[in-house]
Design a protein around this ligand. Sequence first.
Ligand SMILES: Nc1ncnc2c1ncn2[C@@H]1O[C@H](COP(=O)(O)OP(=O)(O)OP(=O)(O)O)[C@@H](O)[C@H]1O
Ligand SMILES: [Mg+2]
Length: 252
Amino acid sequence: MLELKDLHFSIEEEDEQGQQVVTEIIKGIDFTFEKGKFYAITGPNGGGKTTLSKLIMGINPVTSGKIIFEGKDITDLSITDRAKMGIAYGFQHPARFKGMTFRDLLAIAAGTNDKETLVRILARVGICTIEFLDKEVGSKLSGGEIKKIELATIIALNPKLAIFDEPDTGIDLWTIGPMVELLKKQQEEHGTTTIVVSHNEKFLEAADELILIRGGKIAHVGGFEESLPLLKDDEFCSWKSICEGGTLCSIQ
Ligand SMILES: Nc1ncnc2c1ncn2[C@@H]1O[C@H](COP(=O)(O)OP(=O)(O)OP(=O)(O)O)[C@@H](O)[C@H]1O
Ligand SMILES: [Mg+2]
């Protein structure tokens, strides 16, 4: 349902001498996501997971390569057009909307203002109080609450493809298990193709397929059990290997 064909992403920046330098972040990714499957993307910090997920949603522009969604080339489509086609995205660090209440956001996503429907969606993400609906999605909510709100709005959209960038960041220990179950249920009942970027073993275990990204490339694809040796291999995702990739060398 989603094909990534030789995907590259580079950024152009000025270095300290004022010279334009091009840095390649995604270095040629080929992968086909199948309809209705649950994928987990993991790998060391700075490996390119967020960048890749943003390329799929159209938040980052592709430098070269193609993205095909349900047989249609969406490489040059806007975020809005991709959203209309049924792709939804949850940010690693969600935006806070001053002046907007959770009820407003949820009503837009669900396409209804019906209180009962909205409360049912709230309950699905583990928020049990109706008062929550009238909270402002600004500075008054905690980091974990914001993440739950974002999850609720994506669930309410019932997308064909849902991409979550570290949905468990800042989420309490008691919510992570139910959150995995919720996304699995969404996948099973609505056939939602799900891509979760995560470092959390619960998400990695729940996935049909695990994709390891390192240094802007796919380093490994496999099931959880089969990928375990790599996840436990100190050399595979070590500080040393990150440093060799250049990320930390300039700091030292
Ligand atoms: N707009 C940008 N400008 C400059 N560098 C960028 C930009 N976007 C990403 N990078 C760099 O690209 C690399 C990959 O970043 P990315 O956020 O995709 O990593 P990640 O795998 O999601 O890491 P984490 O596990 O820490 O979330 C990092 O070295 C990051 O600094
Ligand atoms: Mg990231």
